[in-house]
Design a protein around this ligand. Sequence first.
Ligand code: PRP
Length: 214
Amino acid sequence: MPHPPLVAVLPTGRLLRAAAGVLRRAGLPLPEPGEADRRLRIRGGPVDLLFAKDRDVPIYVEHGVADLGVVGRDVLEEQPAHIYWPVDLGVARCRMAVARPADRPLPEPPFRIATKYTRAAARHFRSRGIPVELIPLHGAIELAPALDLADAIVDIVETGSTLRDNGLVEEETLFESSARVVVNRASFRLRADVLGPMLERLEAAAKAKAAPRP
Ligand code: PRP
């Protein structure tokens, strides 16, 4: 009997645009760029594809509805799941940073931190023994210090232009992030015959992208 295809869950949006080239090179049947395609499930190729919100990718993989997935380390740090992270695709690189107004050093703790990443921020300051008040926001975090809602923020920095344009400077990096391939723990053992070669292709495609052109 033929084996069922692997199921991969991919995040919609910015991270997928950054990783699409590497994923196609590894053989994932992604729609071609520019194709208007709003399907959330694509079947019939060598791998079944699901498209989900990035924060939901670890949940799909942990629960085994997908054998593997692609998600940023920023999401994995915020939302720990019982899954493996075997391959770093090396794309969608950014860092999680503490940033403060350029003209206002951090006050004495406890200071107020606005962030979408409350768990990562809490862990970071707890590990340094610094008391903080966390102010959870859903986006446009850079606005909070200008309105004196917060003394600083914890957020993703990619090019740095959002910080600059809002008068903020980086104080400290929590960790570097990039797109990771994540794998369900049972699939890793039980589907090793097809998953192993797939992970090798993903790793090779990521390396080919990183290699300098001759
Ligand atoms: C992310 C992040 C920063 C920005 C950083 O926001 O939260 O605001 O990108 O990128 P940069 O360093 O290249 O300027 P996103 O666009 O995802 O929207 P959000 O503010 O709603 O989170």
